[in-house]
Design a protein around this ligand. Structure first.
Ligand code: ATP
Length: 219
């Protein structure tokens, strides 16, 4: 048995856009790779967000106008550290930043999804978005998939991968919605306590079910 747990299956229409999320170091990138190997186009929300504020973009100009030239590095790129200090603990400033960045990211994600579906109308597109719940995007996808491991496994894998101290690990875990809560709200849970091969098998099983489901809608 692999780690696929279906909690709720949508019935209204075909599943074109899958939201892939989870906790830090729970295995989202590992799962995304498995989806990609099965031919699913994957949209990386972190990359879209980075590109949205690249030098020369309207969003970066708006950020400079709102927060001052101190949030840019000498080469003109965004100084994330400096910007983080301006918005950390200031909900008004954070909201202002989100009002600049979120619409740009949303537009670009919609453009990428439309492009993938234009290339292949039967595609199952995966939107890899670590903060799906924190940013209220669950309604924008057809199926929410949470890659789950218990917090102690998250902590272990995080410190093994990034060499962080237990204090740093605890702080990063505390900054996100608890993973149990995400799993409790998911349509589908991919339990990643076992091996990466088992996770890939669960993804294969899920994609097979989605494609079967979509065939019932003619796709
Ligand atoms: P982040 O939130 O930091 O982007 P992530 O959710 O994308 O992380 P991965 O990078 O896929 O998580 O996995 C975290 C670490 O755990 C990586 O070093 C990965 O190789 C390892 N890992 C993933 N799945 C397993 C597994 N089933 N068994 C052992 N190690 C694993």
């Amino acid at each position: 048995m692999n780690g696929l747990r279906v909690r709720r299956w949508p019935t209204r229409g075909p599943i074109r856009l899958v939201g892939l999320t989870g906790g830090i170091a729970s295995g989202k990138s590992t799962a995304a790779r498995a989806f990609r190997l099965l031919g699913c186009p994957v949209i990386d929300a972190d990359r879209v967000a980075r590109d949205a504020v690249a030098p020369g973009t309207a969003a970066l100009r708006s950020i400079r106008d709102a927060f001052g030239p101190g949030v840019l590095r000498p080469d003109g790129a965004l100084d994330r550290e400096a910007l983080g200090q301006k918005v950390f603990g200031d909900p008004g400033a954070l909201a202002r930043l989100n009002r600049i960045v979120h619409p740009e990211v949303g537009r670009e994600v919609r453009r990428l999804v439309a492009g993938a579906l234009a290339r292949d109308p039967d595609a199952v597109v995966v939107y890899d978005v670590p903060l799906l719940y924190e940013t209220g995007q669950e309604g924008a996808v057809d199926l929410v998939v949470v890659v789950y491991v218990p917090p102690e496994v998250q902590a272990e894998r995080l410190s093994a991968r990034d060499g962080r101290t237990p204090e740093q690990v605890a702080a990063r875990l505390a900054a996100q919605l608890p993973i149990q809560e995400k799993a409790g709200r998911a349509d589908v849970v991919l339990d990643n306590r076992s091996t990466p091969a088992d996770l890939a098998a669960a993804v294969t099983d899920l994609v097979r079910r989605i494609r079967e489901h979509n065939r019932a809608f003619g796709g």
